[in-house]
Design a protein around this ligand. Structure first.
Ligand SMILES: C[S@@+](CC[C@H](N)C(=O)[O-])C[C@H]1O[C@@H](n2cnc3c(N)ncnc32)[C@H](O)[C@@H]1O
Length: 342
C-alpha cells in the first residue's frame, strides 16, 4: 500500500466518530486515504484546510492510500447539506449511461451531481438528466449533465444485448424480469406479435430463450425499428420480423397470433379490441396499463366486458403490479387468455 504526505486534522479519540460524520457530511474527508490512530488521537485525512473550522489542529502526516469503495454518490457530491438531503437514492442504468430524475431544487446542481455519479461509478460513461417521457413515441427528453454527450450504448439483460440510444427511442431497463417471464411462457412453434416493440427487447428475449415460429415486432418510431434491426443481428436471432408503422394497421397484415404483447401502458387499452380479433382461441394478450391502484379491478372487468361484447370469453389469468408510477398510480401487467366464444 502506498503512503502519501497528506493534510489531516488531529482529533481526540472521544470525538472521532462525531467528527468523521461531520467531515463526510461536508464532503471534507479524503476517502482515498486511510484514517490513522496515533495514541489518544485520530488523524483524519481532509480535502481542504476548511476542515480546521471544526476546531481541530491541522497537520501534515504520512497516511496510506486505500481502494475507494464508496457506493453512495450522495457522499461524494460537493453540495450544501440541505441540498444533499434531497438527492434521489436511485436512478436507472442503461448500458453505461445513467439516467437520473431531479426535483426542481436540484436541477441547478445537475452538473455536480453528474460528476459525483461518474466518480462513484467509474463504469459509467454518460450521465443524463431525465426530463420526462414525451409524445406518442414515448421518447425520454434527456440532457447530458456529465461525461460523453453520445448516449448510444449497449445494454445487457438476461443474456441478450440491446444497442439503444435513449435520447431517440424508449427503453426501460426495469422491465428485464417481465420480459424474461414472458419469454419463458412461449411454447415451441408459437406465433407472437409485439405491437409496441421499441428496440425489440421483448421480441429478442423471446427469440433467444424460446422457440417461436415467428415474432412480428412493430413500432412507429423509425429509429426504434432501425435499432431493432441492429439488435436482431447483434443477438443472431432469426425469428424476429421487424415492421415499421402503426400497429393498428400492421396487425391486420400479419397472421393471427397465439400471443400478443401490448406494452404501451398509457393507451394499450385503445388497441385491445383490434388485438383480440387477431388472437387465436387459447392465445394470450399481455397488456400493460397505467391506472389508479384501486381501479385495476375495474380496468380488468372493463376489458372482459369489452371482449364479451365481441362474443369472446376471456380469463384474467394474472394481474401484477409491476412498478409505481405516481403516489396513487402504478403500471400493471395483465395476462388475458382467449378462452372461448360466447
Ligand atoms: C412504452 S414503449 C415500449 C417499448 C418496448 N416494448 C420496451 O419494452 O422497451 C412503446 C413503444 O410503442 C411505440 N408506439 C406508440 N404508438 C404506436 C403505434 N400506434 N404503433 C406502433 N408503435 C407505437 C413507441 O414508438 C414506443 O417505442
Amino acid at each position: 500500500m502506498t503512503t502519501v504526505r497528506a493534510l489531516c486534522i488531529k482529533v481526540p479519540r472521544g470525538e472521532a466518530e462525531f467528527t468523521r460524520k461531520k467531515l463526510l457530511e461536508q464532503n471534507l474527508l479524503d476517502i482515498g486515504l486511510r484514517i490513522r490512530r496515533q495514541g489518544d488521537v485520530v488523524l483524519f485525512p481532509v480535502r481542504s484546510e476548511k476542515a480546521a473550522e471544526l476546531g481541530f489542529e491541522l497537520v501534515e502526516e504520512d497516511l496510506e492510500e486505500r481502494e475507494v469503495m464508496v457506493t453512495d454518490y450522495r457522499l461524494v457530491a460537493k453540495l450544501p447539506d440541505e441540498v444533499r438531503a434531497l438527492l434521489p437514492t436511485s436512478f436507472d442504468i442503461i448500458g453505461d449511461v445513467a439516467i437520473i430524475r431531479l426535483g426542481d431544487d436540484l436541477v441547478e446542481h445537475a452538473s455536480e451531481i453528474g460528476k459525483a455519479l461518474m466518480t462513484t461509478f467509474p463504469r459509467l460513461r454518460t450521465i443524463a438528466l431525465d426530463r420526462g417521457v414525451k409524445g406518442e413515441l414515448r421518447v425520454r427528453e434527456l440532457q447530458v449533465i456529465a461525461g460523453d454527450p453520445d448516449a448510444e450504448t449497449v445494454h445487457v439483460e438476461h443474456g441478450i444485448r440491446l444497442r439503444v440510444d435513449p435520447t431517440k427511442v424508449y427503453f426501460n431497463p426495469r422491465l428485464a424480469n417481465e420480459r424474461r417471464r414472458i419469454a419463458s411462457l412461449v411454447r415451441a412453434g408459437e406465433r407472437v406479435v409485439d405491437m409496441f416493440s421499441g428496440v425489440g427487447p421483448f421480441a429478442i428475449m423471446i427469440a433467444k430463450h424460446s422457440r417461436p415460429e415467428a415474432i412480428w415486432a412493430m413500432d412507429l418510431n423509425h429509429d426504434a425499428v432501425e435499432y431493432m434491426r441492429r439488435n436482431i443481428q447483434l443477438n443472431k436471432v432469426t425469428t424476429v420480423i421487424p415492421l415499421e408503422g402503426d400497429s393498428a394497421d400492421l396487425l391486420f397484415r400479419v397472421p393471427c397470433a397465439d400471443r400478443i404483447i401490448m406494452n404501451l401502458p398509457h393507451s394499450a387499452r385503445d388497441f385491445f379490441a383490434d388485438a383480440l380479433t387477431r388472437l387465436n382461441m387459447g392465445g394470450v394478450i399481455h397488456l400493460y396499463v397505467i391506472c389508479e391502484r384501486d381501479e385495476i379491478s375495474d380496468v380488468a372487468i372493463g376489458l372482459a366486458t369489452e371482449a364479451r361484447g365481441m362474443g369472446v370469453r376471456v380469463g384474467m389469468e394474472r394481474i401484477e403490479e409491476l412498478k409505481t408510477y405516481s403516489p396513487t398510480m402504478s403500471v400493471f401487467a395483465l395476462d388475458i387468455r382467449f378462452l372461448d366464444w360466447c
